[in-house]
Design a protein. Structure first.
Length: 116
């Protein structure tokens, strides 16, 4: 079975940090572009960041640029999303998406809640 799995969500206070991890079962994500998305209650899913498989190039949404950092460790088959200076508006379910040619896999998501 081919799975994408996120972990690392939780509840933090504003200004706090969390690190999300994305890994796979049944295939390696080393060849995949990995995107992080989030969906808050009542809102559409939005892209947060992505990291290239070819050269590790990264992209960030304006709302998180300078606060979030994505990286990949191919030896561990894991992509990370380091989230610093968290704000209440970052509260959402965060999803990891792997894309390679016509192959696309989504994880089930991990909840991130930022509140006092």
């Amino acid at each position: 079975q081919l799975l994408v799995m996120e972990s690392g969500g939780g509840t933090v206070q504003p200004g706090g940090s969390l690190r999300l991890s994305c890994t796979t079962s049944g295939f390696t994500l080393n060849y995949y572009q990995i995107g992080w998305f989030r969906q808050a209650p009542g809102k559409e899913r939005e892209g947060v960041s992505c990291i290239s498989a070819a050269d590790g190039g990264t992209y960030y949404a304006d709302s998180v640029r300078g606060r979030f950092t994505t990286s990949r460790d191919n030896a561990k088959n894991t992509v990370y999303l380091q989230m610093d200076s968290l704000k209440p508006e970052d509260t959402a379910v965060y999803y990891c998406k792997g894309a390679w040619n016509s192959y696309i896999y989504w994880g089930q998501g991990t909840q991130v809640t930022v509140r006092p």
